[in-house]
Design a protein around this ligand. Structure first.
Ligand code: NAD
Length: 254
């Protein structure tokens, strides 16, 4: 049966050209959403739009580097120009850094991961919220991580960025609830995307420990994150606000 839970909703999604973002875009579109995809990877972004359009789905692409305020403002403006509103925003763009303990952390790596994962989400939320406030409604879903809920050995900069995303999520949820805006985050554990493949390529013995990190003894799949994001975007989650939903096969229950 066709899922109509997001019929006609306009959704803006960053980091949409690959991985969790791309699979989320597919999931949202199949639930009836009309999409503005965005990424720094223009080739894969336009390829995704062309695939969606072949299936009769409504999608467009705008390049945006989330670390750059002017680029984020231009993305929000382009979304309004094409679709006239933003019902939901999925702030998903993110990067990893080299596995290392804090005392050996590379300073440039730290700055880069904070710029993309934290400043990027901050800038996107800032300009999306301005639109949602004029509409009197909106839903934001940020892609945080289990590394935003607890410590993440060898990933200090990444964990700091994702804890920051949880701070933004919870604060905005409280600030804007009375204006009809809900703000939540998903907190996946290791999920089978290029991000994890790059981590394993750099450190092959990680492969086994990634699966064993979850009581379910496997990584998550991108569609398992995508379906949670779709639910958080939809009215099915109408009283869920300010939460970080762990998608971790039980890792945080240990
Ligand atoms: P991915 O590398 O497959 O995709 C990330 C996307 O973000 C890419 O398309 C990339 O081009 C884009 N991107 C990178 N920098 C950008 C920038 N400055 N501006 C705009 N776009 C940019 O990774 P993924 O696994 O799909 O990760 C998606 C999100 O999920 C990230 O926020 C990541 O931190 C989070 N996450 C991933 C995992 C995992 O194990 N894969 C676990 C928890 C959280």
């Amino acid at each position: 049966m066709m899922d109509h839970s997001l019929a006609g909703k306009i959704v803006l999604i960053t980091g949409a050209a690959n991985g969790i973002g791309l699979v989320t875009a597919q999931c949202l579109a199949s639930a009836g959403a009309r999409l503005m995809l965005s990424d720094i990877d223009e080739v894969s972004g336009w390829e995704a739009v062309s695939q969606f359009q072949k299936l009769g789905l409504d999608a467009w692409f705008t390049r945006c580097d989330v670390t750059d305020g002017a680029s984020v403002q231009a993305l929000v403006a382009a979304t309004l120009a094409r679709f006239e509103r933003i019902d939901c925003a999925v702030n998903n763009a993110g990067i990893e850094h080299k596995h290392t303990r804090l005392a050996d952390h590379d300073d440039d790596d730290f700055d880069r991961v904070i710029a993309v994962n934290l400043r990027g989400v901050y800038l996107c939320m800032k300009y999306e919220l301005r639109v949602m406030l004029t509409q009197g409604a909106g839903v934001i879903v940020n892609t945080a991580s289990v590394a935003g809920l607890g410590g993440a050995p060898a990933l200090a900069g990444y964990a700091a960025s994702k804890h920051g995303v949880m701070g933004l999520t919870r604060t905005a949820a409280v600030e804007y609830a009375a204006q009809g805006i809900r703000v939540n985050a998903v907190c996946p554990s290791f999920t089978n995307t290029d991000m994890v493949k790059r981590m394993v390529a750099a450190k092959p013995r990680l492969n086994e420990s990634l699966a064993n990190a979850s009581p379910m003894k496997r990584m998550g799949e991108p569609d398992e994150v995508a379906r949670a994001i779709a639910w958080l975007c939809s009215d099915e989650s109408s009283y869920v606000n300010g939460q970080g939903l762990a998608l971790d096969g039980g890792m945080t229950a240990w």
